[in-house]
Design a protein around this ligand. Structure first.
Ligand code: OTU
Length: 632
């Protein structure tokens, strides 16, 4: 089989796939295989072509993938067909995400089913539940140390509950998104246990070393994600008597994608979950999956080929499924996660825009939109079939270092500018409005991330009077206003819609990110229609933003976007679609904008958020305010 040529192999692999699929579906699969296989097989050849018996491995993979397709539920097949007919379905301005922990939000998976009416009330069409698969016993990085891809965490429910939830969500027009941790598994995942027990087949699933020679060499160029809580990138396994690569916590063992068996195992894990009704995979830590000596071991070309191969498989056997890149990397690296050049549209459908998120917070600290404008300039237009994930907060810290290229472009002094932004949000350090906390603060010279719920960072916790309360609300609306209008799918982080604050009980925990993982407050939820309460006012405010967005097709992810020169350092101006104009004032001062000069159009305007005419020659934008304008 060794000397087989690629064309013959492609044909044989396709036959193997189709043989596994019921006859009635073979024609469809064959068409999709014909379209995607040149790319798929070429990528797999690049990655694994030099391995012994590559052809045999490939045929086995197609066999497994075909068998999984054969098990796919008719309702999911119908959804696949529907989405194939509308490949840009997730780019619409109707898409709204919500991200939460299962236990905090609703106790368990069945509890989430009971919360569907609440999600519908918000207009949610996509629900990202933070890790719910069975995680490591003991510490598990909030579930990101996965012990089994095929079991639900017992305290959250069963696989049956998961399938039932997915079905109920689907019936309500909500796509279920699950974390799929690509880079590592827990040290008590069966692969790691087998490796530790001396099984050579599973030792080959990980990067292990007999001594410190290679680890020390890698440490020269690899950065640390958790310098304080988990220093170093390698952990000694006493059982194996070897060092294991552990980028994150010592109990999260990095997978060795140099081994084709790892690729196949992960691809199959994804497709099994897809068969349970998971529609979107948040591919956690995508940037880290390929290591190369002498580099920082992120964003390597092979990491992209792995994603492209996964995408091709999904496109063939589960085309209704979306892949979402969680690559918290600098702006210039981000577009590659959608695929570029010949790979455009062959990688992830969605990618987190972490620079946009961080830059919006930085604008708030600096009362200047300079960094934000740099990020936007560096963000290419979204190609059809791709969309940014826009957000304000998530379960992790706000990482400021992604903004280094933008700081440099503005001639900034090293990391000092970002360190100042970070300090601004630290409630203990700052005289401003924020009550956040600095993450991983042991090294005083480093730029640290910021922890805290959005409500705390915009000033609700420190607001002592009605006026400060109003400003905090305006700041929160401003940030969500940008996330809702930039072009992408905005995702609400749990409780932001109710101004849920920091988790006070998290103080002193070794991992400071628990500050933004508070239990969901049923009391706040009960207040959501009472405008005399903070929760009620914020719920109404964000609800209005979401409803307005839904009515504006110019806000769809694939509509054009350009920067407008507002002539004001603190005011961001964006044009979306042919004629929607958006102004965001990131300052505590009232600012006047010459609309005719800014837009090049001298006619009358209407503010669609305020639902009022906006005809002043010098349009006023209130402190932390925004205007969404259309020609009247
Ligand atoms: C992701 O994080 C998850 O979102 C984190 O919650 C996990 O701890 C981590 O992976 C390991 O599974 O860069 O691309 O706060 O932003 O670790 C992976 C730091 C990541 C996180 C970072 C992030």
């Amino acid at each position: 089989m060794d000397s087989i040529d690629l064309r013959t192999l492609t044909i044989l692999a396709g036959q193997r796939l189709c043989e596994r699929v019921p006859e009635s579906r073979q024609a469809d699969i064959a068409v999709r295989y014909a379209a995607r296989s040149p790319f798929l097989i070429e990528r797999l050849r690049r990655l694994y072509g030099a391995q012994p018996d590559f052809p045999g491995w490939l045929l086995q993979l197609m066999d497994a993938v075909g068998a999984l397709h054969a098990q796919r539920d008719p309702a999911l097949l119908a959804q696949d067909a529907d989405r194939l007919a509308r490949p840009d379905w997730f780019a619409s301005q109707q898409m709204l995400g919500y991200c939460t922990y299962v236990d905090r939000f609703a106790g368990d998976l069945q509890g989430v089913i009971r919360r569907i009416p609440y999600l519908r009330e918000l207009g949610v069409t996509y629900l990202h539940l933070l890790p719910f698969l069975r995680a490591r016993a003991g510490d598990n990085d909030g579930g990101f140390a996965v012990a089994s891809f095929d079991e639900v965490a017992p305290h959250l429910g069963t696989v049956k509950d998961l399938a039932a939830l997915a079905t109920q969500l689907r019936a309500n027009g909500i796509s279920l998104c699950a974390d799929l941790v690509l880079n590592h598994v827990a040290d008590d995942h069966s692969w790691a246990l087998a490796a530790a027990a001396g099984d050579a087949r599973y030792q080959a699933y990980f990067h292990t070393y007999p001594d410190r020679v290679e680890p020390d060499a890698y440490e020269q160029t690899v950065r640390q994600v958790f310098p304080q809580a988990a220093p170093g990138n390698f952990t000694w396994s006493a059982a194996m008597q070897r060092w294991v690569w552990t980028t994150f916590y010592p109990y999260q063992w990095d997978l060795a994608y140099t081994n084709p068996a790892v690729f196949a195992s992960m691809a199959e894990a994804i497709l099994r979950l897809a068969n349970l009704g998971v529609e979107v995979f948040r591919l956690d830590s995508t940037a880290f999956v390929w290591k190369r000596a002498g580099t920082d071991c992120t964003n390597q070309p092979e990491a992209h080929w792995i994603l492209q191969a996964l995408r091709s498989l999904v496109d063939i056997v589960a085309p209704g499924v979306l892949l979402k890149a969680e690559a918290i990397v600098a702006t210039p690296e981000l577009p590659r996660y959608f695929g570029t050049g010949e790979a455009l549209g062959h990688e992830c459908h969605i990618a987190y825009h972490s620079s946009l998120m961080a830059a919006a917070w930085a604008a708030m600290a600096e009362q200047s939109v300079a960094l934000l404008e740099q990020v936007i300039v560096a963000t290419p237009a979204s190609a059809t079939g791709t969309s940014w994930l826009t957000y304000v907060r998530c379960h992790d810290d706000i990482g400021w270092t992604v903004l280094r290229p933008e700081v440099q472009a503005l001639g900034g002094q090293g990391d000092a500018r970002l360190a100042a932004v970070s300090a601004f949000f630290d409630g203990a350090l700052s005289s401003g409005f924020a009550s956040g906390a600095t993450f991983q603060s042991s090294d005083p010279s480093a730029v640290h991330g910021t922890n805290g719920m959005a409500a705390a960072l915009v000033g609700f916790e420190r607001a002592g009077c009605a006026e400060a309360e109003q400003l905090a609300e305006d700041r929160l609306a401003l940030l969500y206003g940008l996330a809702c209008s930039f072009g992408g799918m905005p995702v609400l982080y749990m409780g932001d819609e109710l101004a849920l604050g920091n988790d006070g009980s998290a103080a002193g925990l070794q991992d400071g990110r628990w500050l933004q993982r508070p239990p969901f407050a049923p009391l706040l939820m009960a207040q959501r229609h009472q405008l005399q309460t903070r929760a009620g006012r914020v719920f109404a405010r964000l609800g209005h933003l979401i409803a307005t967005r839904q009515r504006l097709p110019a806000l769809a992810a694939d509509q054009p976007r350009s920067l407008l020169a507002t002539g004001q350092a603190a005011v961001l101006g964006l044009r979306r679609g042919p004629q929607l104009v958006l102004l965001f004032n990131f300052s505590d001062a009232n600012v006047g904008i010459d609309l005719a000069q800014c837009t090049g159009r001298s006619g009358r305007w209407r503010d669609v958020l305020a639902d009022a005419p906006a005809n002043d020659t010098l349009l006023q934008v209130a402190p932390w305010g925004m205007r969404w304008l259309v020609p009247a």
